[in-house]
Design a protein around this ligand. Structure first.
Ligand code: SF4
Length: 490
């Protein structure tokens, strides 16, 4: 999987389309989570009203993010936590490493966290001789396989039971079996030992409450609760957009996130952590550190269109609904954030020059916008990023900006298109020629599969019709009908 980067999306997608096992896993994901979500959203009154409220809370927070971040940091420190500020991935990793080194931590457990995936924290720690153990079952599986997550919520969705069984036999040393109970109890046995030995726990954060300095982690396996309560030291890595103003706001998000993500009314565990434990008899860590990470988020915040990217609550619903993700899965995107939200976040994090193909990985059908619990207009964001690419990007750090290299043939084609379509006489001539030419390939009013000489003449026509029909140019254009109407002809 290492060869799959954002820059090779085109090739990655083609390879994914030939992977039958992956396609079967994705069909299963879409039907299971998609159907469960449909049922789950009927269990709350006024789903649309909830979405509106969630978006309003996020908009309010993002408009005054500086104020809420300071409030969160003050209240968290008052409760005994230490807050650290990281401008980028490098600083965030350095802070975590320093904390672990200063406390001589050797055994480290981690719960699932997209923020730590984003900054490649495991690789940074491993490079310094530390070996953090992922404790979410899916994350542990992909850690053993040296892979990256292929979905925001279910990271190992691309793996079959057989592949997991083979992996466990090879890496954990058990007898080969595809008995799920044996596989899960093996994971529990190994991971429980890791929890018992852990000096430090690392997690992400679902929501940080400014009013109280509390952070919340949602999960289904209990591993996040063990990660945050058993080791003496806990480090939470949190994107600055995770803030919400008030504890009562959680009521809205706790109704939306599990229903949208996995079709659950509520996740099995919700861990709310406010500072350190207050007495020796309490549960919880003696030290809590919160790393508040920017890593490109301020740039997103500064533009009125891209700002809405920061409202994302990482539920994964847009992935499940996306016809592109449904076919190619997550690894093809070459980023820890796949699917529609990945196609807008990744170019903003990594720079458009590196991820220029991703905003085009969409048919703009709007399915992502329909299911998003915080009403993020992903198609609008995709179009905005495409415009940035066409006009010479302003997105990214200084070294990420600049014109994106496009294929010469594509540039020429679009220049020709723009020239023809901005001259009415040429446009009219073009439609007449197209009408004549299409006669050779038209069947029952549609253009079916185009091959042979015509496809060589116009390769995009051959590529488009290889898997779908194309609408034919109408026998008479609107202008012709309009003109005929004015002159009394029909
Ligand atoms: S963009 Fe919306 S649907 Fe997609 S992961 Fe974020 S919150 Fe969920």
């Amino acid at each position: 999987m290492d060869h799959q980067t954002t820059e090779t999306f085109d090739q990655n997608a083609r390879e994914a389309l030939t992977d039958e096992q992956l396609r079967a896993a994705l069909r299963n994901l879409v039907t299971t989570f998609g159907e469960r979500r449909k049922v789950a959203i009927t269990t709350v009154d006024d789903w649309e009203g909830l979405r509106e409220r969630a978006r309003a809370i996020k908009d309010e927070t993002l408009t005054h993010l500086d104020k809420y971040l300071e409030e969160f940091a003050d209240n968290a420190e008052r409760a005994g936590a230490r807050v650290h500020w990281a401008r980028d991935a490098r600083e965030a990793c350095a802070i975590v490493l320093k904390l672990l080194r200063e406390r001589a931590c050797e055994h480290i457990v981690k719960s699932k966290s997209m923020a730590t995936e984003e900054i490649h924290l495991n690789a940074a720690l491993e490079a310094e001789g530390l070996a953090p153990v992922e404790t979410d079952l899916g994350e542990w599986i992909i850690q053993l396989a040296h892979e990256t997550p292929s979905h925001i919520v279910v990271p190992a969705i691309h793996k079959s039971k057989k592949q997991i069984a083979e992996l466990f036999a090879e890496k954990v040393g058990i007898e080969p079996t595809d008995d799920v109970a044996v596989l899960t109890s093996t994971a529990r046995r190994v991971l429980r030992q890791c929890f018992a030995e852990a000096d430090a726990g690392i997690s992400g954060v679902n929501f940080g409450v400014a009013e109280t300095g509390t952070f919340l982690i949602l999960e289904n396996e209990g591993n996040a609760r063990l990660t945050t309560s058993m080791p003496k030291i806990h480090i939470a890595v949190m994107g600055i957009e995770k803030i919400i103003p008030r504890l009562v706001d959680l009521d809205v998000f706790l109704k939306l996130l599990p229903r949208s993500g996995t079709g659950q009314r509520l996740t099995s565990y919700q861990s709310l952590i406010t500072g350190v434990k207050k007495s020796v008899d309490d549960e919880g860590p003696e030290e809590v550190h919160i790393v508040l990470m920017d890593n490109g988020r301020s740039r997103m915040l500064s533009h009125p269109v891209t700002r809405q990217s920061l409202a994302c609550i990482r539920c994964g619903a847009c992935l499940n609904a996306c016809p592109v993700y449904q076919q190619i899965g997550g690894h093809a995107y070459g980023s820890v954030y796949p699917g529609p939200i990945g196609a807008v976040i990744t170019p903003q994090l990594a720079g458009i020059k590196k991820a220029a193909q991703l905003p085009y990985a969409s048919s703009l059908c709007g399915a992502c916008r329909e299911v998003c619990p915080v009403k993020i207009d992903i198609p609008e964001l995709l179009l905005h990023l495409r415009a940035e690419i066409a006009e010479g990007t302003t997105v990214g750090t200084a070294d990420q900006k600049g014109p994106v290299k496009r294929k010469l043939s594509e540039q020429m084609a679009f220049r020709l298109y723009a020239f023809l379509w901005s001259h009415p006489s040429l446009y009219n001539l073009g439609t007449r020629v197209a009408r004549l030419m299409q006669r050779t390939v038209m069947r029952n009013g549609h253009i079916g599969r185009v091959s042979g000489f015509v496809s060589k003449l116009a390769p995009p026509l051959g590529a488009w019709t290889a898997s779908r029909d194309m609408r034919a140019v109408a026998p008479r254009s609107f202008r012709e009908k309009w003109r005929d109407g004015l002159s009394g002809r029909r």
